[in-house]
Ligand binder design. Structure first.
Ligand code: FAD
Ligand code: NAG
Ligand code: NAG
Ligand code: NAG
Ligand code: NAG
Length: 520
């Protein structure tokens, strides 16, 4: 009996010692390859500030978050290779972080206790615009703002279809497909990636993924971050844009017919086909804001609006004409006076606590539906809103399997539900906010896509499912399908097959990474 106990104790002690040994091996291995001032251990006085440097949601910096063993602030691709090799050799996983905007914080925290390190790429962030062939190489750690600024200052006739917020990282953005206000004309971000450099699970650098592995190249353009290796640079095709574009914000209240206006807007997305025009709609309380970006001058915008959407009553005085670069700054920073250079500011704003969810709408909801969404939900809770991004145009014209982003043909728009509150310590506020969100999400079920109820990978939501690890130590395909088919629909199986080939041991993993499917 004592003998048995001794063996048992020896075993548990061993597991503990193993993870300690793994940590030691990992740190030792790193120290041979990476300057020590780029590796922040928990004991470092800068650990917390480096960890929090790009965190967007204060929910994940509380003391209940599982913290990394260390942060590797790579400043060179060789550091990325060393981190992967050391991590694999010692059994320490990496959370890859570029812009740090992951909605569930998965680029710097783990939900389950585990020993892991953050591989932070924010110091690898050059942008090299090549006007000759209208392309750019952008390093993985650059933000959308840094990319926009580099493109727009080299040539104001160039653009890239990115998102609305300048601090978002290019790598997370493209890894989920990347939607934005010019995708109706240029396609989603991932449609405009023409090559990439990636560090694979063996720590080898693949200089041209497009040339080396077409299936992997397909997977990284929208199949979710973390799963397939560390992307260190993307090659982009730039778009041509008119020297002057027009930005217009029009707000209407329920009393001014907001419900009818939103219902009319829904019918205009697929028909007529005006890809120069994008109207993003934000609804909150008793208001609808019609955020318009038109890739042309005000006079042509107003003619288009008079023909198709006269009810909105857009007027010449509403128009602001500017370059595409300044339009991105205006939309991102919320002020027409904001200089484009302000988009280089990476400082994060750890403001409110937030929870978001997403849906896709394929059938117009109609005026009665919008009336009840306003009356029974939005008008009853101030800190909750819905942001609707119209699809159609070029994004909807590409077949669903061309990239992993499947929400294309027949999709009218994406809905992002947002609810925020102040103070985690105030459990009442958190419960009230998330309770309201749950009620609205339940109510919306009748209007949105089903089987599966689609969701957007870039608006990560762990409530739709999390990976489970099977007896063989790998995440299971069956657990991945639960959330994966909502994000990727018919493309999920192909993603799992690519994963099974490039990372069969499932080293690159998080709570929603693609599980490896082995070819039978
Ligand atoms: C304010 C705000 C506005 C947004 N607006 C838009 C929008 O308009 N359109 C849109 O599509 N999305 C938008 N998003 C969502 C955004 O695209 C995603 O949150 C995206 O994942 C953020 O990328 P990141 O590099 O900042 O995040 P990170 O947290 O660094 O990474 C996100 C995921 O990608 C992985 N990853 C990061 N870098 C790499 C890499 N180099 N190689 C492999 N995997 C990597 C991470 O491990 C993590 O799983 C917005 C988010 C916020 C917070
Ligand atoms: C976390 O912080 C809260 C409030 O500061 C404290 O009450 C709690 O004990 C802490 N928990 C842990 C695990 O440290
Ligand atoms: C939710 O969406 C809002 C608006 O796009 C964004 O500001 C916020 O950062 C998002 N939530 C999270 C958890 O990041
Ligand atoms: C950068 O952004 C942060 C957070 O939004 C803000 O507090 C700060 O003033 C900005 N810095 C500059 C120089 O604009
Ligand atoms: C906690 O949140 C609730 C709901 O928002 C609010 O009524 C209450 O005043 C808050 N309490 C504190 C101490 O902030």
């Amino acid at each position: 009996m004592a003998w048995l106990l001794m063996i048992l104790c020896f075993l548990c002690g061993n597991v503990f010692l193993l993870s300690l040994a793994a940590s030691d091996d990992f740190l030792q291995c790193l120290s041979a390859a990476i300057p020590s001032d780029l590796v922040y251990q928990q004991s470092s006085s800068s650990f917390t500030s480096v960890l929090q440097s790009s965190v967007q949601n204060p929910k994940y910096i509380t003391n209940t978050t599982v913290r990394p063993l260390c942060i590797v602030a790579a400043s060179d691709v060789s550091h990325v290779q060393a981190a992967v090799r050391c991590g694999r050799a010692s059994g320490v996983r990496l959370r890859i972080r570029s812009g740090g905007h992951d909605y569930e914080g998965l680029s710097y925290r783990s939900v389950q206790p585990e020993v892991f390190a953050v591989l932070d790429l924010s110091r690898i962030r050059g942008v090299n615009v090549r006007p000759g062939d209208a392309t750019a190489w952008v390093d993985a750690g650059a933000t959308l703002g840094e990319l926009y600024y580099a493109i727009g200052t080299v040539n104001p006739g160039f653009a890239f279809p990115g998102g609305a917020c300048s601090t978002v990282g290019i790598s997370g953005f493209l890894s989920g497909g990347g939607i934005g206000l010019t995708m109706r004309k240029y396609g989603i971000g991932a449609d405009n990636v023409i090559d990439a450099r990636i560090v694979n699970v063996d720590g080898n650098l693949i200089d041209s993924v497009a040339a080396a592995d077409q299936d992997l190249f397909w997977a990284i353009r929208g199949g979710g971050g973390e799963s397939f290796g560390v992307v260190v640079a993307w090659r982009l095709r730039l778009s041509r844009v008119e020297p002057t574009v027009t930005v217009v914000n029009v707000e209407r209240s329920l009393d001014q017919g907001a419900a009818a206006l939103v219902a009319k807007w829904e019918t205009l997305i697929l028909n007529p086909f005006v890809p120069d025009l994008t109207i993003r709609v934000v609804v909150q309380e008793r208001h609808a804001l019609f955020q318009t970006l038109f890739l042309g001058r005000c006079s042509r915008l107003l003619r288009t609006m008079r023909a198709y959407f006269p009810e909105l009553g857009m007027a010449p005085a509403d128009c602001r004409e500017m370059t595409w670069l300044n339009a991105m700054a205006f939309i991102s920073l919320g002020s027409a006076d904001a200089p484009a250079k302000a988009m280089l500011n990476r400082t994060n704003n750890l403001g409110n606590y937030v929870k978001n969810k997403s849906d896709y709408v394929r059938r117009a909801i109609g005026q009665a539906g919008w009336q009840s969404i306003f009356q029974d939900h939005l008008s009853r809770y101030g800190p909750g809103l819905m942001i609707m991004e119209p699809h159609g145009g070029v994004v909807g014209g590409v077949p669903d399997f061309v990239t992993p982003y499947p929400h294309r043909q027949g999709v009218l728009y994406n809905i992002q539900y947002v609810v925020f509150w102040w103070g985690e310590a105030n459990g009442t506020a958190a419960a009230e906010a998330t309770g309201w969100l749950g009620g609205l999400y339940g109510f919306m079920g009748q209007f949105v896509s089903s089987n599966p109820r689609e969701a957007f990978a870039n608006y990560r939501d762990l409530e739709i499912g999390e990976n489970e690890v099977g007896g063989d130590g790998l995440t299971t395909y069956e657990s991945g399908r639960v959330w994966g088919e909502k994000y990727f629909m018919g493309n999920f199986q192909r993603l799992a097959t690519v994963k099974g080939r490039v990372d069969p041991g499932d080293y690159f993993r998080n709570e929603q990474s693609i599980p490896p499917l082995r070819q039978g």
